[in-house]
Design a protein. Structure first.
Length: 286
């Protein structure tokens, strides 16, 4: 009986397993293979030589540094600001629906349209510089200056805060109301209520939002590409630019090595986030 059940279960999941094998596992294996040879034609094994050359590549170093700095600022800001907005919107405040609509509207706007708005605002002759001229300040070429990454950080936040805010509002709405009412009757302050009660229930959502924001920060190439093209200002040259330009040059060994390194980094970061979530959950329960 158990054997027949296992056969039936395998029969049902075999289409999904086949799809995962064809579109994920086999391509990933091919990428690993390409990262260990010296060329598509000769196919001589070089061990870790391609990875060593990748780490010495100045373009990769610059792209990795810019992506790390961007994620380091954009992801925590995305979590903190969206959580703060959800806590504010949880209260009875005027124009709550208007504020919620304002932050949710970027979800309905195509990326190209959002970038067009940013170009109008941060162009050398754009709205921001015109406003600065009225205040007696000199114009700044925002997309080609040291402030360029902050322009993209603001764009990233405006585009993603609404979605993260919805996730946090959903988590907050699932907190049992009787627990909050008892805490209020006992005179528990707002900060203690948040840290000892609300945090216990929304911790999984915080780490989920963190993972989603981290993945989205690695996909910011679309916005940067539309803003500044293939070879933007140095501080805007991201890992996706490096991958895209390497693909165009048909350097499969370098491209495969970079893909493996990026995968390992993402696995390590997400693993650390899951371990931190489990530890924090245990501390809060204790």
């Amino acid at each position: 009986m158990k054997t027949n059940k296992l056969k039936k279960d395998f029969l049902f999941i075999s289409p999904s397993l086949t799809g995962v094998l064809i579109f994920f596992i086999i391509p990933f294996g091919v990428v690993i293979y390409y990262s260990g040879i010296d060329g598509v034609v000769s196919r001589n094994p070089v061990g870790l030589g391609n990875y060593v050359n990748l780490m010495r590549n100045t373009a990769f170093q610059n792209a990795a540094k810019n992506t790390a700095v961007f994620s380091l600022f954009a992801v925590p800001l995305s979590i903190i600001l969206s959580l703060g907005m959800s806590l504010v919107l949880e209260q009875s405040i005027p124009m709550k629906s208007v504020i919620r609509t304002f932050f949710l509207s970027p979800l309905m706007v195509p990326t190209a349209s959002v970038v067009l708005i940013w170009q109008v605002m941060f162009d050398y002759h754009g709205v921001v510089n015109e406003a600065m001229k009225l205040m007696g300040l000199s114009s700044v070429d925002w997309i080609k200056s040291d402030y360029s990454q902050w322009v993209v950080v603001i764009l990233f936040l405006w585009k993603n805060l609404g979605y993260n805010m919805v996730l946090f509002m959903s988590a907050l709405s699932n907190i049992p109301k009787d627990i909050l009412e008892v805490a209020k009757l006992d005179g528990v302050g707002m900060w203690k209520t948040f840290w000892y009660i609300k945090m216990r229930f929304i911790t999984p959502s915080i780490f989920f939002v963190g993972i989603i924001s981290l993945i989205n920060s690695f996909k910011v190439f679309r916005e940067v590409y539309l803003l500044a093209g293939d070879y933007p200002y140095d501080s805007l040259y991201m890992l996706q630019h490096f991958m895209n330009n390497t693909f165009r040059s048909l350097d499969y060994q370098k491209l495969s090595s970079a893909a493996i390194v990026m995968s390992l980094v993402m696995i390590v970061i997400i693993g650390i986030l899951f371990i931190s979530e489990n530890k924090l959950s245990r501390d809060l329960e204790g």
